[in-house]
Ligand binder design. Sequence first.
Ligand code: LLH
Ligand code: MG
Length: 379
Amino acid sequence: MKITKIEARKVRYTSVMVRDAEGHAHPGEPHDATLRLLTVVCDDGTEGYAVSGKMVMDIINNVVGPALIGEDPFFRERIWQRMRTWQRLHSSFTDHTLCALDAALWDICGKKCGQPVYRLLGAYRDKVPAYGSIMVGDDIPGGLDTPQAYADYAVKLVKRGYKAIKLHTWMPPIIPEPDPKLDIKACAAVREAVGPDIELMLDPYHDYSRSQAYYLAKELEKLNFLWLEEPMDESSMSSYRWLSEQSNLLICGPETMDGKNRTRAEWILANASDIGRAGVEDNGGITNVIKSVHLYESFGMSLELHDNQLGNLHVLGAMGIEGKYFERGLLHPLIDYEKPNPLFNSIYDPMDEEGMVTIPSVPGLGWDLNWDYINDNFI
Ligand code: LLH
Ligand code: MG
């Protein structure tokens, strides 16, 4: 089996999400936007797909794609190792882009074997619990503009079935200065509203000082939170080791540090966090994240996956309980998460009333693409 064609194309749709000056997502007025669809075609007609807003099309279509023509898609590890080395001199060959190529190869291999990807990886479960990951705070009436707004929304999420909720709180430019006391007000309001049995996590402003992060950890301990995530710049591993040593609250990371599984190995060695973190888009795909899964498991540590990517869902299907939750979101009171983007016929992470997400059971990754819409909206 050989790869004969690799092509990334833009597909237009109407988005109701905007990004603020620091890159955080919020609801906004409907506007034109695009997603990128990657197609990898093989000589027997099998096609694999990846959809994302972040893959870099130029490097796929003009550099990496042509270099992979003729490769056998089952040689995923060799292809991935080659692609990783190409990242050194191609700065636009990002981990997000590597992830898209890797995802399409897994999709092909699943289809060829007639199995969903999590079963190829070695299945552990076919459903995973989700936490509701609340979007970064805003100043929108009816949105996430006050601690009480978080509390009201958290009650709705619990009614929807979530047994765990993560807050992202306010950050510049929505507020002029990050404010740990305001974060704790929102966390306390949510704890009060949902009661003691719902698991809660905080992912606040990502550039607090050590003393601000220490304050958050101490207060969250009192509120019986499960973990604190990325409260400081992750380039300072020493600051994370310091925080993990100082507090009884579990510290989760690294999320955004580059270096893939090797960075995770260094953090484990340094005792820099209590719970690991990785995600297919941040770490260059399923092929890499599964290495981190086994790495953390070998040290008896939990690993929580970042983001709601389809690939993460399959990795969670191949993980034991050391990966507790699927991050479902980002959620906001004014956005209907259950409604699929028009590129899809259905969402890939439907959740039942017990807060469980069923992993797609069709061969491959399980993208449910709406080809009528896509074919009419290529740019
Ligand atoms: O800062 C943000 O916008 C969010 O924290 C975002 O990065 C989110 O994806 C996240 O970190 N989830 O865990
Ligand atoms: Mg995070």
